[in-house]
Design a protein around this ligand. Structure first.
Ligand code: S3P
Length: 415
């Protein structure tokens, strides 16, 4: 089997969430084309809808009406989406909207104090019984704070940024390690009161509504990563992605596989709302191992399960350290990766903050436990392309969390 083709992917999930949240702060109608069709994006839309925002939907284009945000009368269900829960927490607190945020069993187990603490410091009336969902928000006046992020998290940074738009005075966020900066780029593009100085972000109160905008969301590089990995596993393969998001805080996977020896050609063609986009061509190459530490992790955080699969076929010892954040994603991704790759016959050692993989080893098809985690499911579908015997996943439906079209694209590319 080999992978071949030229494809344009559904819109980036992180930018889709932010575009919806920003449109909810506009008093004019905004248009979002090529929005991600992942269930996480539906969660953000449903939550905003319960807060009075209406949408007209045509295929992958969403028109967000210029309605005003209202208090939520029903709990806002964020489903599986950490980005929805954390960013909405900041936005709604900043806009003095009362709401309760709930989620599915995975999201209900994930840490929320990382957003509750800084928002409380800003004066928000935001509470939770045990630092997890449900979270309750009541209207309160917010004031700017100066806050250094204790963990590298774009969700936490963005929650404080959205809250800062509704706070008196200046909100200053210091980021020790740079994380994805879509919120900064979109605020800047829309002329919102933001300045970025090295690793500091300064935000002032938004006095007008967000201006009308129309955006076509570039392809999601985290979705592209799955087919990129397939190319690198299957000799004679080659894929070209067009109109892909090329933001440097998101292209870590491409840079890392290049250091492992992969053949990657990147050409920037345009920019959308301050975000560079372009084409990426990947061709098959045998990879060598790599060592990654804490500072490398944010730019590849969502692609680490897939990198682990690639490392089983790379020559040498791959070490991923400083990645303890993986333990509090949609599942404990360190455990999910190590237990499933061990079952498949890989030489992998689980660490508290990462894993060590000795490659290459032959993989055998196994019964895979996905823990309901979309990225684990897709990574092990890709691992199944080279295994001796098929992988059987206990849950494939979870793939729809971020990429419902995954199988369709895989079929096109393997035809
Ligand atoms: C995201 C930030 C990252 C990432 C998640 C999306 C975002 O989470 O893992 O898939 O859109 O801001 P953290 O901020 O928890 O690292």
């Amino acid at each position: 089997m080999r992978i071949k083709g030229k494809i344009s992917l559904p819109g980036d999930k992180s930018i889709s969430h932010r575009a919806l949240l920003l449109a909810s702060l506009s008093e004019q109608d905004c248009t979002i084309q090529n929005i991600s069709s992942g269930a996480d994006i539906n969660s953000t839309m449903n939550c905003l809808n319960h807060c009075g925002i209406n949408f007209d939907i045509e295929d992958h284009t969403i028109h967000v009406r210029g309605d005003k945000l209202k208090h939520a009368l029903l709990p806002l269900n964020c489903g599986n989406s950490g980005t929805s829960a954390r960013l909405l927490g900041g936005l709604l607190a900043g806009q003095k909207i009362s709401a309760s945020l709930i989620g599915d069993s995975s999201l209900s187990g994930r840490p929320m104090n990382r957003v509750i603490n800084p928002l409380q410091k800003m004066g928000a009336d935001i509470t939770s019984l045990d630092g997890r969902l449900p979270i309750h928000i009541s209207p309160a006046n917010l004031k700017g704070i100066s806050y250094t992020l204790p963990i590298a998290s774009a969700q936490v940074k963005s929650a404080i940024m959205f809250a800062g738009l509704g706070a008196d005075g200046q909100t200053i966020i210091t980021e020790p390690v740079k994380t994805r900066d879509h919120t900064e780029n979109m605020f800047k593009y829309l002329g919102l009161p933001l300045e970025v100085e090295d690793n500091r972000i300064l935000i002032n109160r938004l006095t007008n509504s967000v201006p009308q905008f129309s955006i076509r969301i570039p392809g999601d590089p985290s979705s592209a990563a799955f087919f990129t990995a397939s190319v690198l596993l299957l000799p004679e393969s080659e894929v070209i992605f067009t109109d892909l998001l090329l933001n440097q805080t998101r292209t870590g996977f491409f840079e890392i596989i290049q250091s492992m020896g992969a053949d990657v050609e990147i050409s920037k063609t345009d920019s959308v709302m301050g975000e560079p986009i372009g084409d990426v061509k990947i061709s098959y190459k045998l990879l060598s191992s790599i060592e990654l530490g804490e500072n490398d992790i944010p730019a590849i955080i969502d692609e680490l399960p897939l990198l682990a699969v690639l490392a089983t076929q790379a020559v040498g010892i791959t070490k991923i350290l400083g990645a303890e954040e993986l333990r509090v994603k949609e599942s404990d991704r360190i455990h999910a990766v190590c237990s499933n790759l061990s079952k498949m016959g890989a030489d992998i050692t689980e660490l508290r903050d990462g894993f060590i993989i000795n490659g290459p080893t032959k993989l055998k098809g196994s019964n895979i436990t996905t823990f309901g985690d979309h990225r684990i499911a897709m990574a092990f579908k890709i691992a199944g392309l080279i295994s001796d015997g098929d992988n059987h996943l206990d849950d494939e439906k979870c793939i729809a969390t971020s990429f419902p079209e995954f199988h369709q694209y895989l079929d096109i590319l393997t035809r």
